[in-house]
Design a protein around this ligand. Structure first.
Ligand SMILES: C[S@@+](CC[C@H](N)C(=O)[O-])C[C@H]1O[C@@H](n2cnc3c(N)ncnc32)[C@H](O)[C@@H]1O
Length: 379
């Protein structure tokens, strides 16, 4: 008690101040350490965020590169004389033969079919009055028309192919069943369509029939009746009355997504016009003539190419086309091509018909062409 009263056991006043100073210093040190820790955590979080961002950017770039990788930059063209239709024995068989050509070309992903006139009639378009589909009718025009008809997706044919006697037996034609011939509910990145004659609000794009339940509103105003290739946007709202899409070039599905997107058809007034009217500004950089008198396809090594052309003759071979062509001074067709190939060595029949040669040749050439496009180009 006495001790308590006298203040015994109590620490001197100076020591208390000293202690407080120590506490204050410790408190400051602790705060400093906490701040340092907190700053470290913040920095770690920032670094983690940055790492995630970089990873996402990397992934997006890889996806973009993969998209580009998916594309096919090279093309395959086939040329053949329209006169082959004249070998068919009835109008129905003419039509069926044209269908066989279309199917063979689709099976082997041919991008362009050139129908040339090996007899020198001057036909350039599929416009004009029809003059009958007799046995010796205008074979080039009819072949081109049937090829175009078959290439067009079924839901667009009414818009682009009015009734025509060339198409009288179109019912016999087997469908191409190619990737751009969509069924109504089929999901696809691209679709072929026709621009509808329906007013769109200013600043908004035209409406397009793409053969779906809903019409597609594109990003541009275009003339009604135009055939367009549309890249469909992801559907945002399933309740929306229309789908949205962007108009792209007809090459886009091939060059960007690697899809086979049908063939174009071109008429050439003679064999030399097959080359001189080539739609690619750099021309065909690989040309192959086909003949039983050519060298064997088996040993051939094709060079890398961008635009390949394979040419077939008619009943009398490629010589017939060379003979009547006013622009050609040669008599031997082999000199016109980079390669002149026999695609069916040791054939069992004396003659192989053009429609058969088409299937045989494209099948025999396929592995050689695949190897060729894998080879790096010189330039
Ligand atoms: C009926 S053949 C022409 C036959 C004609 N007697 C000739 O001498 O060429 C029609 C076309 O089929 C192609 N063909 C026929 N046999 C071939 C073969 N063994 N190799 C490559 N193409 C062939 C050629 O394009 C030919 O012009």
């Amino acid at each position: 008690m006495a001790a308590a009263e006298s203040g015994a056991g109590k620490r001197p006043r100076g020591a208390e101040v000293q202690d407080r100073k120590v506490d204050w210093r410790r408190w400051k040190q602790e705060r400093k350490a906490e701040t340092k820790k907190w700053k470290e955590i913040k920095l770690l979080k920032k670094l983690e965020k940055q790492r995630i961002r970089e990873l996402a950017e990397q992934q997006a770039q890889t996806q973009e590169e993969q998209k580009e990788d998916r594309g096919r930059q090279h093309t395959l063209s086939v040329a053949l004389p329209g006169s082959i239709l004249n070998n068919a024995q009835s109008p129905a068989l003419r039509t069926y033969l044209a269908g066989q050509i279309a199917r063979a070309c689709t099976i082997f992903c041919v991008d362009e079919i050139v129908v040339f006139d090996e007899h020198g009639e001057d036909v350039k378009t599929v416009e004009g009055d029809f003059e009958g589909i007799g046995k010796k009718g205008k074979a080039c025009v009819q072949l081109a028309r049937i090829l175009q008809y078959l290439e067009c997706p079924q839901y667009l044919r009414k818009s682009f192919f009015p009734k025509h006697e060339d198409l009288q037996f179109a019912g016999l034609l087997n469908p191409l069943d190619s990737p751009h011939h969509m069924r109504m509910d089929e999901d696809s990145e691209y679709r072929e369509g026709v621009v509808l004659d329906r007013p769109a609000k200013p600043g908004r794009g035209s409406f397009v029939n793409c053969g779906m339940r809903k019409e597609v509103q594109i990003d541009k105003q275009l003339n009604p009746g135009l055939r367009v290739t549309v890249r469909l946007n992801e559907p945002q709202n399933p309740e929306a009355k229309v789908r949205k899409g962007t108009v792209v070039s007809s090459h886009h599905p091939r060059t960007v997504s690697g899809l086979y997107w049908g063939y174009s058809v071109r008429l050439a007034s003679c064999l030399s016009a097959v080359f001189s009217e080539c739609p690619f500004k750099e021309g065909y950089d690989l040309s192959i003539g086909t003949s039983e008198r050519g060298s064997s396809v088996d040993q051939v090594t094709l060079p890398s190419f961008r635009h390949a052309l394979v040419v077939f003759g008619g009943l009398e071979g490629l010589e017939a086309g060379v003979d009547v062509d006013p622009n050609l001074e040669v008599t031997d067709p082999s000199v016109l091509f980079d390669f002149y190939l026999n695609t069916c060595p040791s054939q069992g029949s004396r003659t192989i018909r053009t429609e058969e040669a088409l299937l045989i040749s494209l099948s025999a050439l396929r592995p050689h062409m695949e190897d060729a496009v894998k080879t790096p180009r010189d330039s």
